[in-house]
Ligand binder design. Structure first.
Ligand SMILES: [Zn+2]
Length: 244
């Protein structure tokens, strides 16, 4: 191959690497088999990966450390226990699908249980839940950013998750955001060691109501769709914050 073509090719590759927006996680498959692969691989390897923490709400809640034992105050209640089991069976499926999509994007993903590692640091943290209500007509999803945020980004994360979740799942928005969401224990570094760092942009989502037929059936039958929506929100957030 003529040297000038090789240099031109190398230049194009480098341009793609250094000037593509968010090149640390946008992988261009067209370049995969080109002679620039070594240059690209080395650069990709040297860049820190974007890390996302996904919490499956209530998972292993019976194994939380003593400081979080209040979470289990209703544990004897068989009704609430069955609600939690049903909740986890959905959020686990959504989290698995979401993990697949995010790893394909080149992110590193931690799946977390009810016990969050002390001072957990990530580029974004999302806690997955489902809601319930005695009134079976109550439905919709809710998203809230962390009230303990010091990153200044949690609100933006919540907004982008809301935007894509509503658009893609077509589930209705439910405006009743409780303090239990905004002041969620896993955000609360002031009271609990097992909480995320306030520097970690964080949001919590109630994906829908378990007790509402339409919400529940949608989520049970289409966990991939919910995961696609959450992935879009998370990816848009990462792109958005990397522009600052
Ligand atoms: Zn929950």
């Amino acid at each position: 191959m003529a040297l000038k073509y090789f240099i031109a090719g190398l230049g194009a590759g480098l341009l793609t690497i250094y000037f593509a927006p968010n090149s640390n996680f946008v992988f261009n498959p067209k370049l995969e088999n080109s002679e620039n692969i070594l240059v690209k691989s080395q650069n990709f390897q040297n860049l820190p990966k974007i890390k996302i923490g996904l919490q499956i709400g209530h998972l292993d809640q019976d194994k939380v450390p003593p400081e979080l034992s209040a979470l289990n105050s209703n544990f004897e209640n068989k009704f609430l226990q069955s609600i939690r089991d049903k909740e986890i069976s959905i959020t686990r499926e959504v989290a698995k699908e979401l993990l697949k999509i995010l790893e394909q994007e080149g992110f590193s993903v931690d799946l977390l249980s009810a016990t969050v590692p002390e001072g957990y640091l990530a580029d974004a943290f999302l806690s997955l839940h489902l809601d319930w209500n005695k009134n079976q007509n109550v439905r919709g999803f809710k998203v809230s950013g962390s009230a303990f945020d010091s990153s200044g980004k949690s609100q933006r994360l919540a907004e982008l998750i809301k935007f894509f979740y509503e658009k893609i799942t077509l589930l209705p928005w439910n405006n009743y955001i409780t303090p239990n969401m905004r002041y969620y224990y896993a955000f609360n570094y002031k009271s609990f060691k097992h909480s995320i760092s306030p520097e970690t942009p964080a949001a919590i989502i109630e994906l829908g109501f378990l007790t509402n037929k339409e919400d529940y059936e949608f989520l049970k039958d289409h966990p991939q769709k919910a995961a696609q929506a959450l992935a879009k929100g998370l990816i848009a957030f990462i792109k958005n914050v990397s522009q600052f």
